[in-house]
Design a protein around this ligand. Structure first.
Ligand code: TEU
Length: 551
């Protein structure tokens, strides 16, 4: 028995998007004290750890992923005392707090960047500044250093007239990429980890951490948007190992968000012998409904592709000694039940099918706030209701590309990051108990029925089902540490199925990713462990998920 596997395999992590969880002071935004007031709810659900999205000082152009001070608290979200109280109260309930470290870039409001802008050479060397051609002007800066695209649209370089230089921003123009080739930068960031370790923090998530090592030579990308040059970059393992060592976090529970990564790289990041991270998020399975890989082009999910991605990431990460973070949902993704299921006709089934698949896989499952209630995507009808910088940019870019405003809206409505950011629905009172003020982002109209209070009173609710899944992971060693093997020969069918085995115990998980009935796999001699239909059947019914066990 591998103690690390058993440890990571028995945990369930819950993600809180702080701005949308619980407001305690009526300003329409969630905050730290709001989270503290909901710890009993989280303890009742049974989660081990809460990952809280960034609550550090920030101009909030990207809702806190634009950090202007890594070692303080954004006043909108509270104070350091509030944080310490939250961490203490969480621990008293057996829950660890996971902090979100955004180390690829800082806000342009960060002291370091402001000093760079004033021409201080020490701080210019903290970022990816490149000289512009002589004679460049604000009106006519010439060609940027490369043709790379920002993830939020437009070129990834911004010209600074006072310096006659460009700086790199892979995300928003107010998120400047740090230069990790500079040892002083690496030392500063390790210091940030030491600061939070000093406050007793034991768990960390690292935002887009596989983008930190940029190539030595900056060149145009004529095949794509530039990501192939800087994703899993040349010194990535070396820099991660150093950060982990200097920051004193080896062996703690950590997760890296890996953008456009490879399986081989993720084995490297998460195999304990490398002393990097505990586990990785990758997003390949969340692109199976991107037409030709384009997030802004819609198609139905390709279940064959989804099955093959799950198979390879499950089986091959296991073979390489890596560890997966298991998830469908986060603050950057549309709600998965609306996306992979049919919430009009089969809301309960769709909302429970998806977690049955991931929670019974090998890895550590993550629940994104409201997913445990079956919250759905927005019912927004106008672009004015959106707040996300990416959504607003792409509404315009799609029209520049020839879409009508209606077509652009249709796509943004399906793909917006705000689809998953609407406030948590606590009860059926005005604004679902999220705030007494005006919510920063409108709620979804179904909250009078889809809310925590109603679901806690109903033993057959989506939330009750999630609670059972969490309890099963704690109770069944085969889920924590069993081998994983996908059922072969299912191409063309809507079924995704896999085996978990540990000693004599065998678990078969079968999931029907369609609204049609299909024949179930033979599970003769097994007993039902969990499923989202009550009556037995030889068929898998619409969006049915079923796990059966032989002991
Ligand atoms: O996300 C990184 C990321 O890859 C996504 O934002 C993706 O690029 C986006 O959905 C475009 O389709 C992380 C955070 O989770 C996100 O909220 C931040 O905006 C981003 O990093 C920058 O810090």
């Amino acid at each position: 028995m591998n103690p690390r596997t058993q440890e990571l395999g028995s945990k369930v992590i819950y993600q809180i998007y702080i701005k949308s969880y619980q407001d305690s002071d009526g300003d329409g935004m969630g905050d730290l004290r709001g989270i503290t007031s909901r710890l009993d709810y989280l303890a009742d659900l049974g989660v081990d750890c809460v990952w809280i999205t960034p609550f550090f000082p920030s101009p909030q152009n990207d809702n806190g992923y634009d950090v202007s001070d890594y070692c303080a608290i954004e006043p909108l979200y509270g104070t350091m005392d509030d944080f310490e109280e939250l961490a203490r109260e969480a621990r008293a309930r057996g829950i660890e707090v996971m902090l979100d470290m955004v180390f690829n870039h800082t806000s342009t409001e960060h002291e370091w960047f402001k000093k760079a802008l004033s021409g201080d050479p020490k701080y210019l060397a903290y970022y990816k500044f490149v000289d512009a051609a002589p004679g460049a002007t604000a009106d006519d800066p010439g060609k940027p250093p490369t043709n790379w695209e920002s993830k939020f649209g437009g070129n990834a370089w911004e010209y600074v007239p006072s310096l006659n230089k460009w700086y790199l921003h892979l995300f928003d123009v107010t998120q400047a990429d740090l230069d990790w080739d500079n040892p002083e930068v690496r030392e500063e960031l390790a210091n940030v980890l030491r600061f939070w370790r000093g406050k007793g923090v034991n768990c960390f998530r690292f935002d887009v951490v596989n983008l930190i090592s940029k190539p030595n030579v900056l060149e145009d990308d004529f095949e794509g948007d530039g990501r192939r040059f800087y994703s899993d970059g040349p010194h990535i393992h070396e820099y991660l190992q150093e950060l982990v060592r200097l920051g004193g976090i080896d062996g703690l529970m950590t997760v890296g968000e890996m953008s456009s990564t490879s399986l081989q790289s993720c084995i490297g990041y998460s195999n304990p012998s490398n002393h990097e991270l505990s586990m990785c998020f990758n997003f390949h399975h969340l692109k199976v409904d991107y037409d030709h890989g384009d997030k802004w082009a819609l198609k139905d999910p390709d279940i064959d592709e989804l099955r093959e991605l799950f198979r390879s990431w499950q089986e091959e990460m296991a073979a390489g000694g890596g560890w997966n973070a298991l998830f469908w949902s986060n603050h950057d993704q549309p709600r998965p039940n609306s996306r992979f299921g049919d919430t009009e006709r089969f809301w309960y089934e769709s909302s429970t099918l998806l977690p049955t698949a991931t929670h019974l896989m090998r890895g550590t499952p993550y629940i994104y706030q409201g997913e445990e209630l079956g919250q759905t995507i927005t019912d927004f009808t106008s672009i004015d209701q959106y707040r996300d910088v990416e959504s607003i940019n792409y509404y315009r870019i799609l029209q520049d590309r020839g879409c009508t405003p209606e077509e652009a809206f249709h796509i943004v409505h399906a793909r917006s990051r705000d689809d998953g950011r609407t406030p948590m629905a606590w009860n059926d009172s005005p604004n679902a108990g999220f705030t007494t003020g005006t919510p920063w982002l409108a709620l979804v109209g179904n909250y009078p029925t889809v809310n925590a209070q109603a679901e806690m009173a109903d033993p057959h609710s989506v939330r009750a089902y999630f609670k059972r899944l969490i309890a099963l992971r704690k109770a069944e060693p085969v889920i924590q540490e069993g081998d994983v093997r996908f059922v072969e020969g299912l191409e063309g069918s809507p079924i995704i199925a896999f085996w978990r085995t540990l000693g004599k115990t065998r678990l078969l998980v079968q999931c029907n990713f369609s609204g049609e009935e299909v024949g179930a796999l033979d599970a003769e001699g097994s007993e039902l462990l969990i499923g989202n239909y009550d009556e037995p059947s030889d068929m898998l019914r619409p969006y049915e998920a079923r796990a059966t066990i032989w002991r």
